[in-house]
Design a protein around this ligand. Structure first.
Ligand code: PBG
Length: 327
């Protein structure tokens, strides 16, 4: 049999050769999300996300210590308030005693510039209705009223030590509003990672348990998050607006069902592109593997590399620790 001269298998001969040509090293590009809940004494495992915990302030510091040992230095903080601290407007989200702010300052005190701290900016966990913005009596989200709340949260998180503020509520104009308030108050060096292209996805289900959302199961975020039936061009519109308003990095979310979007965004945009492998992607792999028909370790790596291949410079993933532990 006559073989062609080109034999792609030569580059797959052994692990050393495969590593040499892989050209996609993930280890320094992962962000690990951390849930920090106020008034919690012991970490509490999230049922729909085996291996992921709601942390107390003390256990959050422990988690970060462990992650640093594995080579992770970037963290995305999600604060979970006590039920008594929720109201219609999510006011607690901009208090200096809000769980996100307390966690930010504790982590900064403990680890200094060894850690890069990203803080989720939204009010969905802080409102009694569970929406990402202020609502009227028909539960319609008021975009511009919400921006005023976001500005206060941004300032409060910047004061607490966030390196990058990450608005995830999909309000129009949110990046511009936040950039303005940061600049006006001497936080020109605090950056913004915008959740630029964020789809209204069923893959956020486990997260909503993780943060004790008050959003009713019958409700959705369809009036503010993107419709996945539309073309990638809408994602580009959203992301270009965010960049024009001052975003330093942009995000596509979720990741796995949206690899085409990541790839289009990466081609068009100069700024670093992050992709968020969300709670449902984590849960599908975990629960699928627990049935015994999938190799969990290899599947985790495959999922992360597919996101990288699509063009993500940075990946936010609940698998960060597990992936690096198994490398
Ligand atoms: C909302 C927010 C969500 C996630 C991050 N920020 C959920 C939502 O939009 O309902 C989801 C993250 C995940 O599923 O892992 N502020």
């Amino acid at each position: 049999m006559q073989f062609p001269q080109v034999r792609p298998r030569r580059l797959r001969k052994n692990a050393a050769i495969r590593n040499l040509v892989a050209s996609t090293d993930l280890s320094s590009s992962l962000i690990y999300p951390l849930f920090v809940r106020e008034k919690l004494s012991e970490p509490r495992q999230i049922k729909s996300m085996p291996g992921i915990y709601q942390n107390s302030y003390v256990s959050a510091v422990e988690e970060v210590k462990e992650a640093l040992g594995l080579g992770i230095s970037a963290f995305m903080i999600f604060g979970i308030p006590d039920e008594n601290n929720k109201d219609e407007l999510g006011r607690h989200a901009y208090s200096s005693s809000a769980p996100t702010q307390v966690a930010l300052s504790k982590l900064r005190d403990n680890f200094g510039d060894e850690v890069v701290l990203f803080s989720d900016l939204c009010i969905d966990d802080f409102t009694t209705h569970g929406h990402c913005g202020a609502v009227d009596d028909k539960k319609r989200v008021d975009n511009d009223k919400t921006l005023e709340i976001y500005r206060q949260i941004a300032l409060s998180q910047a004061k607490a030590g966030a390196d990058f503020i990450c608005p995830s509520g999909m309000m129009d104009g949110q990046v511009g509003a936040i950039r303005e308030v940061l600049d006006e108050n001497g936080f020109a060096e605090t950056g913004i990672l915008s959740y630029g292209a964020k789809y209204s996805s069923s893959l956020y289900g486990p997260f909503r348990e993780a943060v004790n959302t008050s959003l009713l199961k019958s409700e959705s975020r369809d009036t503010y998050q993107q419709d996945y039936r539309r073309s990638y061009k809408e994602a580009l519109l959203e992301i270009r607006l965010d960049i024009a308003e001052g975003a330093d990095m942009v995000m596509v979310k979720p990741a796995s069902f949206y690899l085409d979007i990541i790839s289009h965004v990466k081609k068009e945009i100069v700024q670093p592109v992050a992709a968020y492998q969300v709670s449902g992607e984590y849960a599908m792999i975990k629960f699928g593997a627990s049935l015994g028909c999938l190799n969990q370790e290899r599947l985790i790596a495959e999922s992360l590399y597919s996101i990288r291949r699509a063009g993500a410079d940075i990946i936010i993933t609940y698998f960060a620790k597990e992936f690096l532990r198994n490398i």
